[in-house]
Design a protein around this ligand. Structure first.
Ligand code: GDP
Ligand code: MG
Length: 178
């Protein structure tokens, strides 16, 4: 939480999106923040984060959501990226098992770099690709359960559960600080 004063309480939460390259992190963010999708998206350059405002219990809650600039390809997401984060979306691609196998490594990295309790959701993205699914819903659920995380399958392409996934994290943070 960044600010809260006596009149008109306001909240600002930093949330990070992590996971292997090309799982759809940038598209999840643009779908949520701008309702846009890009079929040929390249590594995000320049944009550090996008802000989305919600109202919870009549209070203004701002989520500042950070996207990597593609550094994850070089396994070089810096500690500055994680600094001050209260929430995280940890993303894999349901059509590529290697991205699911990487999840424990991302969770370790998140733990190493965070100094508070982080509200975490495991996100199986690209659930529109049912015909080439390589990770079952059950496997996702079970990993999330064992790690004490929320779980959701999403599609940034057709919008399935994208708002829900972000809002679960934002509400969880809000509940823990309010
Ligand atoms: P990032 O590297 O994790 O940021 O991944 P991007 O958002 O750049 O997406 C990588 C590729 O996957 C792009 O070609 C996207 O169009 C595609 N993509 C992202 N989300 C989805 C999705 O939900 N469904 C499908 N079918 N493709 C997606
Ligand atoms: Mg990206």
């Amino acid at each position: 939480m960044d600010s809260s004063d006596d009149e008109g309480e306001e909240y600002l939460f930093k949330i990070v999106i992590i996971g292997d390259s090309a799982v759809g992190k940038s598209n999840l963010l643009t779908r949520y923040a701008r309702n846009e999708f890009n079929l040929h998206s390249k590594a995000t350059i320049g944009v550090e984060f996008q802000t989305q405002t919600l109202e919870i219990d009549g209070k203004e809650v701002k989520a500042q959501i950070w996207d990597t600039a593609g550094q994850e390809r070089f396994r070089a997401v810096t500690s500055a990226y994680y600094r001050g984060a209260f929430g995280a979306l940890v993303v894999y691609d349901i059509s590529r098992r290697t991205t699911f196998d990487s999840i424990p490594r991302w969770l370790d990295e998140l733990k190493t770099h965070s100094d508070t309790t982080v509200a975490r959701i495991l996100v199986g993205n690209k659930c529109d690709l049912e015909n080439i699914r390589a990770v079952s819903v059950e496997e996702g659920k079970s990993l999330a359960e064992s790690e004490g995380m929320f779980f959701m399958e999403t599609s940034a392409l057709d919008s399935t559960n994208v708002n829900k996934a972000f809002e679960i994290v934002i509400r969880e943070i809000y509940n823990s600080v309010s």
